[in-house]
Ligand binder design. Structure first.
Ligand code: DGY
Length: 321
């Protein structure tokens, strides 16, 4: 039987590439060169499966010509870079990799909170610049997490994992907003207080951490009006998707000192990051590292491979969107 032709749009962890190359006629991307929309559109006509990542764009127009591709096995949980209705209309199955990056992403949200609360970036910069004048009682005083309130927007797997860490390890109080009510059993081990609106969470929280999907109605969920609800001591943490926050409004608010600061792992136009965001001392910026551990990236790739294997074996892929 001829082997199915699959394309990985980026370089994947070696163990996963080895596995895929042993079962498929796999085109890899050893130089890890990003592919543009036209190239991915062409690939849909040439390959039985295309395996994209969040760094790719798959808008509606590339699905208009009849595709050879039957499955998009996405490397990652978020799929807002794929026009899902257009893919469905073209008869293409889409799968993702949920669950395996939950802990890793929650760890990163906590890391961003700690960096802001304890002013770690400012301290490290000062030391590297050679301007540290030594210990003194009033030097770079931050704040404790214990007793502060964490507001979670989107209480899915990653939101819950972040809340658990914040409450159990750091003694924070948790409030949250979730679009659909959460079954009590899922949060049984947490003392988390559901609030009826995003606004109510922002108004009560010292840290607002975003854990909802990007795209659609979540685009600019945190807009100028909602940023206006942040107090000068409230911090925004975004490890979800850049487009959930109106970056222009956020920059304006930061210039006015209208919020305490921001910890951002995702941006509206990745990999572009506006210069003024880089300059704010009370903003911590990371290059979309939420799932970036060896263990997690390998697990994500293996899960995408499981989805492909099931699909081509004629069974339901475990993580179909
Ligand atoms: C995802 O899986 O959606 C992440 O953002 C990539 O790590």
């Amino acid at each position: 039987m001829t082997r199915k032709r699959i394309l990985l749009t980026r370089r994947w962890p070696e163990a996963v590439e080895t596995r895929l190359a042993s079962s498929y006629d796999a085109t890899l991307n050893p130089e890890d060169r990003p592919m543009n929309v036209e190239e991915i559109g062409r690939a849909l006509r040439d390959y039985d499966a295309v395996c994209p990542t969040v760094s790719d764009k798959l808008p509606a127009e590339i699905f208009s010509a009849p595709p050879q591709t039957k499955i998009l096995a996405n490397f990652g949980v978020g799929v807002n870079h794929i026009d899902l209705p257009a893919a469905a209309a073209a008869g293409i199955t889409v799968t993702n990799t949920p669950g395996v990056l939950t802990d890793c992403t929650a760890d990163l949200a906590i890391a961003l909170m700690l960096m802001l609360a304890r002013r770690l970036k400012e301290g490290e910069r000062e030391l590297r610049a050679g301007t540290w004048a030594g210990w003194r009682p009033t030097h770079l005083m931050g704040m404790c997490l214990r007793g502060k309130t964490l507001g979670i927007i989107g209480m899915g797997r990653i939101g819950q994992a972040t809340a658990r860490r914040a409450q159990m390890a750091f003694g924070m109080d948790i409030v949250y907003y979730n679009r659909t009510p959460m079954p009590d059993a899922r949060l049984a081990d947490l003392k988390a207080h559901a609030l009826p609106t995003v606004d109510a969470v922002i108004e009560q929280a010292d840290f607002v951490s975003l854990h909802c999907p990007g795209g659609g109605e979540n685009r600019h969920l945190i807009d100028a009006r909602r940023i206006g609800l942040f107090g000068p001591k409230t911090f925004l943490i975004n490890t979800a998707r850049g487009d959930v926050v109106d970056e222009t409004a956020l920059r304006a608010a930061l210039r006015q000192g209208a919020l305490g600061g921001a910890g951002l792992d995702v941006f509206e136009r990745e990999p572009h990051v506006p210069d003024d965001l880089i300059a704010f001392p009370n903003v911590v910026l990371l290059p979309h590292l939420g799932s970036a551990t060896r263990e997690t990236r390998e697990a994500m790739g293996m899960m995408a491979a499981d989805n492909l294997d099931a699909f081509f074996a004629g069974t339901a892929p475990p993580n179909r969107i």
